[in-house]
Design a protein around this ligand. Structure first.
Ligand SMILES: Nc1ncnc2c1ncn2[C@@H]1O[C@H](COP(=O)(O)OP(=O)(O)OP(=O)(O)O)[C@@H](O)[C@H]1O
Ligand SMILES: Nc1ncnc2c1ncn2[C@@H]1O[C@H](COP(=O)(O)OP(=O)(O)OP(=O)(O)O)[C@@H](O)[C@H]1O
Ligand SMILES: [Mg+2]
Ligand SMILES: [Mg+2]
Lengths: 165, 152, 152, 165
């Protein structure tokens, strides 16, 4: 399984549809303070099913939607899609390309989709079971959180219990 | 349950020491269970010694040594059940140039099995990447992706 | 007691906005008491807007914006009762080059009244200093001061 | 009042007597990870009377004494001196140069000295009253602690009460 691309629209500081392609190897994201780098990592966490507003640096899920600027009006929904190459069939689903999408509306209602078909959060989480992807603390480290790896002893114990080596 | 815990613990402990030596260019690292009779509820202690230094409690480590130790433990845990991708947001901000170099060497050596996505301000990290995306706010408050540089 | 508190609060609040604009190159910052009837026990809220952005709660700020806001508040508080010296240990680690530049501009502009001692890894900060001490451990585990460079 | 020099001996990773001169303007301290930069800022906090072992990144005060390496034996005491130019008499004491020293022995016993005369901690703290110097959180910021300025609301309130503008 390999990441192919991420699309954001109306998510945080990305009002316009934005596509980020991922290639083999190492990709870096650079730019000035406040330009939107960590917002991209928030988008990846969110589309994979993140439920904690604190982790997403917001008060309410609806505040993830583009809030407008002095020159642009606020938008009414946010959508993020993460596309993966599944030609090695490591994800137990019958698609060559697997696209996970998540939407949120101003009403607070949130939708998940797998390859454009609506589904539940449970379907997304089950898809990634045993792949190492997903919301445990070890495949994504947020800004300023690397020290938590040393202090998170309970999480480390849980991880050791979950996995047979 | 207990034997499963013990085998994961042993695996991560071995990897932690290996990765630590790779990132620090020497030294030693280990995880210690303070109650080996009741492993499932035992506290996990971390003891490390950077190359040429005595075994320290974590308090006496410098900011950069602590950061690099955290990265070593993270990479060791990832070896237990490797994820196809790994997103790191400025984890190497506290490191000096020499440690940045060893950090990126490790990443490049593992880039075949794992796709790494690194948000960074550090020049040494940027230079090691195959692909660089620049994010900017030419229009105030609106992010856009401006450049893609494909390295050799 | 209350009037003394109010005059300190007002002073720091004004300075906070001034220093914030100097460090961010614009925008606004203010401290807000959530209970103006009982100021001595009231909570102090911080509201800032980087240039061109809407007023934010602190959560939505980026890592660098939050760091620069903290530095602005620190400098504002120091104006209330200036200390003859100020020691900062890698406070600017999260800043980009442009913000490092404004940070060092502020330091240089205030260096007549205050002696600044800055521990840093950032090139931009080093270049702004009159005096640079290099610390190294040529002998393992033993620190020594190796070089002194006096700028113009 | 201006800082003139700092001397460390047997303090943390500085077994040999080390002198750091301070000049007008801005001084920077640079060097690899773990080389001893933050130990210098700890020495300044300690000589000014710091009582918290946590702030000094140690378990016990005696552990501030050089603990030895594979090639050197541990030392039996640590001493730090901070010298200041008092020609403007901003410190209410009759010296042109004021030297504050602090020592600690393996026994845990700690001594303070002003210009080589033994004194109590109280004498040191009183010397700096109303100068802005000292152990309140705003003239020295430790590594990784800059964010505490934003979250330390109780300390900010206390500071506003202490000072008439
Ligand atoms: N009592 C002691 N005796 C000997 N060495 C000590 C003692 N206490 C601390 N140290 C050493 O000091 C080192 C830490 O130094 P310090 O925190 O000043 O590094 P630094 O230069 O600030 O590095 P960084 O850039 O990573 O923040 C530790 O590696 C530790 O070995
Ligand atoms: N819902 C939203 N609508 C519009 N803008 C938003 C929204 N949520 C957050 N932002 C903006 O995103 C910016 C923060 O972006 P982000 O945290 O990604 O910066 P960054 O590039 O990681 O910067 P740094 O290098 O400082 O960490 C904030 O300044 C904020 O204005
Ligand atoms: Mg960020
Ligand atoms: Mg340090």
């Amino acid at each position: 399984m390999r990441l192919k691309y991420l699309t954001l629209q109306g998510f945080k500081s990305f009002p316009e549809k934005t596509v980020i392609e991922f290639h083999e190897g190492v990709t870096s994201i650079v730019g000035p303070n406040g330009s939107g780098k960590s917002n991209i990592t928030d988008a990846i966490r969110w589309v994979l099913g993140e439920q904690s507003v604190k982790t997403l640096r917001t008060n309410k899920m609806e505040e993830l939607i583009f809030a407008g600027t002095s020159a642009r009006r606020p938008l009414s929904f946010a959508e993020v899609t993460l596309a993966m190459d599944n030609s090695d069939h490591s994800l137990s689903i019958d698609y060559e390309e697997v696209r996970i999408s998540r939407r949120i509306y101003r009403s607070g209602e949130s939708e998940y989709l797998i390859n454009d078909n609506k589904c539940r959060l449970k379907d997304v989480t089950e898809l990634f079971l045993d792949t190492g992807i997903g919301r445990d603390g070890y495949s994504m480290i947020g800004q300023g959180r690397v020290d938590d790896v040393l202090s998170g002893k309970a999480e480390l114990r849980r991880k050791m219990l979950d996995e047979a080596a | 349950m207990q034997s499963q815990f013990e085998s994961s613990f042993k695996f991560i402990n071995e990897q932690f020491n290996l990765v630590f030596q790779e990132l620090f260019g020497g030294g030693q690292a280990e995880l210690i269970l303070d109650d080996s009779k009741d492993v499932l509820n035992s506290n996990i202690d971390i003891r490390v010694s950077p190359p040429g230094k005595r075994l320290q409690n974590m308090l006496a480590l410098s900011g950069g040594e602590r950061c690099l130790t955290a990265i070593a433990l993270l990479f060791a845990i990832q070896k237990l059940n490797p994820s196809p991708f790994c997103v790191l947001d400025e984890v190497e901000a506290a490191l000096d140039e020499a440690n940045i170099f060893r950090f990126t060497d490790y990443i490049l050596a593992n880039a075949k099995q794992t796709q790494y996505i690194l948000v960074t301000h550090r020049r040494g990290t940027m230079e090691a990447c195959q692909m660089i995306y620049g994010v900017s706010m030419q229009e105030r408050g609106v992010s856009n992706i401006i450049s893609v540089k494909l390295e050799n």
